[in-house]
Design a protein around this ligand. Sequence first.
Ligand code: TRP
Length: 332
Amino acid sequence: MSKEIVCSGIRPTGNLHVGNYFGALRNFVRMQDDFDCFFFIADYHSLTTHPTPDNLYNNARQILIQYLACGLDPEKATIYLQSDLPETIELYLFLNMNAYLGELERVAAFKDKVRQQPNNVNAGLLTYPTLMAADILIHKATKVPVGKDQEQHLEMTRTFANRFNNMYKNEVFPLPQAFNYNDNLIKIPGLDGSGKMGKSEGEANCIFLNDEPSVIKKKIMRAKTDNGPEAMNQTKPVEIENLFTLMKAVSTPDTVAYFDDLYNHCQIRYGDLKKQLAEDMVAFTTPLRERINEIAADEDKLRRIMDMGRDKAHESALRTLTEVRHVIGYRN
Ligand code: TRP
């Protein structure tokens, strides 16, 4: 029996951090064993912000390297650059013919952009959801691993797919659903005592997978703490709980229990906890950083991986597009 098809796009925005690792990344790595996966770097979508040619290429390359270093396997999954699959754009055009201004304008992410960048409300931004739908439907994917913020886009994908099927009285496209392994998502907090690890909260809030050990130590030693517990077994304030959450991700259960016990007995010294956390974080990221550097140094291998992904993606896309063209009425 053939496996279900998974498809997800990765925005090429700078370096990956530990939060990305324990979120999407680990899930992708697990999915490649369970499903027929298509993972691509969304380097068409990134044009909405008008990157320079050098940035466009280097960001895509960098993110690919980091995903490979974390265990995405080009032998198992199809890993490719979106711009290596121009078939996507033809499907995007077809879908745009039945995408309406009103519904596109109502998308929350679009409205945010209009507010944030009133001088660059381009048509690419408006039709971001049709391009995303094309990404998914070109492979007839049924499962799409995305976060909450992408659910509305996915809903649009179903709308477009359904509309196309009805219009041509044909079941060309399956209706894709959001998908994640719930037991595998750990929300990693940032170092500033609030929310989650994210670049928008500042570089110091994140531990990047390719941060040097000295940088990691510095960032962790500067993480926010309070004056220490005042009563036995008290609930931890957020910033302290955050440090324990980070510790749970990268340290042994014994280590976590040891510091938890000290906290509960009001004997904790945050300096010691941070030193241990930094050490375990460095131990966790070091093999990843080394693999990132290793892969980055092998341009030929990287090229081969990209070519292989492009060829596999092309085969799948052409199959769908041939059917779509025929259904629409192109007979050549
Ligand atoms: N919009 C997604 C994001 O911002 C990236 C993306 C582009 C995507 N095309 C996709 C995700 C197709 C899933 C499927 O994260």
